[in-house]
Design a protein around this ligand. Structure first.
Ligand code: DGL
Length: 248
C-alpha cells in the first residue's frame, strides 16, 4: 500500500470522536479512516490520567500495526490531556490532539477575555486548557467546569429533553454567572448537546468545539508532508472502519 493510501487513525473512548471524524471526512473526503472507540474502558473522564495513557498507547500500537495508520488523531480531550506529549515522543507518524488547535480560535472569538471550558474531570483537573490559553495570552480569565454526566447521556443517545436540560443547568450556571462570552466544548462528546448547551448559556455565547479546527490542522500538516491522497473529485469506494473494544 502506498504511504498516502494508508488510513488516518482516530481514537476516543466511545462515540465522541465521531464528531471529529465527521469533520475529517468533510475536509478530507478522499481519505480513509480507521476509528477506534474504547468502549470497554468508557468513560475515560473519571480515570487517572496514567491509566488513560496506557489505554492510548495500546490503541495507537494497534492502529499503527494492524491498520497501518499514517497519522494518529487523539479525538478525545481526556486522551489528549493524558497522553499527547508522550505519544508524540514515542511514535514517528504525525500525531494530533484536540486542545491547541481550538484555543487560538477561542481567543479570537472572545471580546471580554472571559473564556469558559467544559470537559471531563480528567481534562479539567489536568488544566490543559488553562495552560494552553494562558500561554497564548496571560490576560485571559479562564473558568472551567467538569460535566461528568454529559458523556453517559450522549452514549445513551439522550441529546435533549428536560432531564438533559436540568443536568446542563447544574453544570453551566457558574460559567453563565461568570459572564464568559466563549465556551469551549472540551470533550468530543459534547457537540451532540449543542442545542441544549446553547439554550442554557444564551445565544450571545459562542460555543467552540475541536472538530473543525482539528480537521483544518490535519489537512495542513499532512498536505505539507505530502501525505494526502489527491482528491480527484471522483466518487470512489472508501474504507471507513469503526472498531469498538468491548465487542472484539
Ligand atoms: N470524548 C472524550 C473526551 O473528549 C472522553 C469522554 C469520556 O470517556 O469520559 O474527553
Amino acid at each position: 500500500m502506498s504511504d498516502k493510501k494508508r488510513p488516518i487513525g482516530l481514537l476516543d473512548s466511545g462515540v465522541g470522536g465521531l464528531t471529529v471524524a465527521s469533520e475529517i471526512v468533510n475536509y478530507l473526503p478522499a481519505e480513509e479512516i480507521a476509528y477506534y472507540g474504547d468502549t470497554l474502558h468508557l468513560p475515560y473522564g473519571p480515570r487517572l490520567l496514567e491509566e488513560v495513557r496506557e489505554f492510548v498507547f495500546v490503541i495507537v500500537d494497534y492502529l499503527l500495526s494492524e491498520k497501518n495508520a499514517k497519522a494518529i488523531i487523539l479525538a478525545c480531550n481526556t486522551a489528549t490531556s493524558a497522553a499527547l506529549k508522550a505519544v508524540k515522543e514515542k511514535y514517528s507518524v504525525p500525531v494530533f490532539g484536540t486542545i491547541d488547535s481550538v484555543t487560538k480560535r477561542a481567543i479570537k472569538e472572545s471580546h471580554n477575555y472571559k473564556i469558559g471550558v467544559i470537559g471531563t474531570e480528567g481534562t479539567v483537573n489536568s488544566q490543559a486548557y488553562q495552560k494552553s490559553l494562558l500561554a497564548l495570552d496571560r490576560k485571559l480569565k479562564v473558568f472551567s467546569a467538569a460535566c461528568p454526566e454529559f458523556v453517559r447521556l450522549v452514549e445513551e443517545g439522550r441529546f435533549a429533553g428536560p432531564k438533559v436540560e436540568k443536568v446542563a443547568r447544574k453544570y453551566l450556571v457558574g460559567l453563565k454567572e461568570a459572564g464568559v462570552d466563549v465556551l469551549i466544548l472540551g470533550c468530543t462528546h459534547y457537540p451532540y448537546l449543542v442545542p441544549v448547551i446553547q439554550k442554557v448559556m444564551g445565544k450571545e455565547v459562542t460555543l467552540i468545539s475541536s472538530g473543525e479546527a482539528m480537521a483544518r490542522e490535519v489537512k495542513n500538516i499532512l498536505k505539507g508532508n505530502n501525505m494526502l491522497i489527491e482528491d480527484k473529485g471522483e466518487e470512489e469506494i472508501k474504507q471507513q472502519e469503526f472498531i469498538v473494544s468491548d465487542q472484539e
